[in-house]
Design a protein around this ligand. Sequence first.
Ligand code: PLP
Length: 427
Amino acid sequence: LPVTAALADLSAADLEAFLAKTRADLDAFKARGLKLDMTRGKPSPEQLVFAEGMLALPGNRDHTSEANEDARNYGNLQGLAETRKLFAGTMGAPAERVVVGGNASLAMMHDVIVWALLKGVPGSARPWSKEEEIVFLCPAPGYDRHFAICEEFGIRMIPVRLTGEGPDMDQVEELVRDPAVKGMWCVPKYSNPTAETYSDETVRRLAKMETAAPDFRLFWDNAYAVHHLTDAKAEILNILDECAAAGHPDRAFVFASTSKMTVAGAGLAFFASSEANVKWQQARAGKQTIGPDKLNQLRHVRFLKDEAGLAAHMDKHRGSLAPKFKAVTDALQARLGGLGAATWITPAGGYFVSVDLAPGAASRTVALAKEAGLALTPAGATYPYGKDPQDSNLRLAPSFPTLADVKVASEIIAVCMALACAEAEEA
Ligand code: PLP
């Protein structure tokens, strides 16, 4: 159905006709008895194959590190020097200030928050849990599992608007004047789910701003650091350097992982920060484990070799992912392009397409898609407490299904969105 006018400009009769046609299109999908899933940003089986060769490594009695450690044995809490060196660029810190953890960066974030609550961080007057209230700023829409950690531990979340260049810094600078604000979630590159990348100005203001809490921390989750979908490879300013230059050397905790580089369930997670913060993290981590899985660290070094190897590996992912993202945005453009009821960013990286619809249309879209056999991330999931005040944002995750399935799913999504927006217009 070619869209000729914005929904808001249609006459009552034309809107009726549009609704009838769109409902008929949806019924045609329903009749196919499909079962599709676009809920989570999981690598596809095809992507996992890219790292198949890694699983046989190190192998052949290759278990000695450059420093002559036996990677099979206990020890080296911080991680092998060669692994830290390989990911130093990604983490934006010298290898001495990079820590390699287990397979999940989320676990490292979780532990850092628990330790902050129980012990405080460098610069804290007391453990965070001894404060009357702890508040985190949450650029929203954002990553639901970040918000779930806060909810788990009773940390109050304040949503912050996103501008397309990161969080609204006027709002952030105002909010951090409250000493209860101890932390802020940031996904600075190809953000989950809006795919936006923080501008230099945003990063500088985050580094420079005056916070009432002396132990305020940025939880800088650079989960999509090398996850490009186009040749325009986004770069962000180095937050650790900017914070140090602004006189706040301990402000940023940086996280990342190879979950979406090698294998999502058995990759490597990383933490990087100032010397004081790394020392603090290591003192806590040393009570938790005698040492990480160094065979996996060696396996990653043997397989990826160097930064060029990592970049070449990420190009394979791009080859698999980019057509799926194009299928989504093409379908959105074809169906919603002229309606004036939906906006989205065409992602240049990351794992998601975020769509903003007419108020109330997000949960309606999810319900309609379900009727057609398509599972979508629940409406509201991208907001603190699962509550999108406008019920307007949806996160689409096209990585896992096959390209053929993504194409069908995208058409269904676009039809459901068009219908939900038209219904909202009619109401
Ligand atoms: N951070 C962000 C922003 C994510 O989108 C994800 C996964 O979707 C994660 C962290 C999870 O990372 P990990 O697998 O290292 O726990």
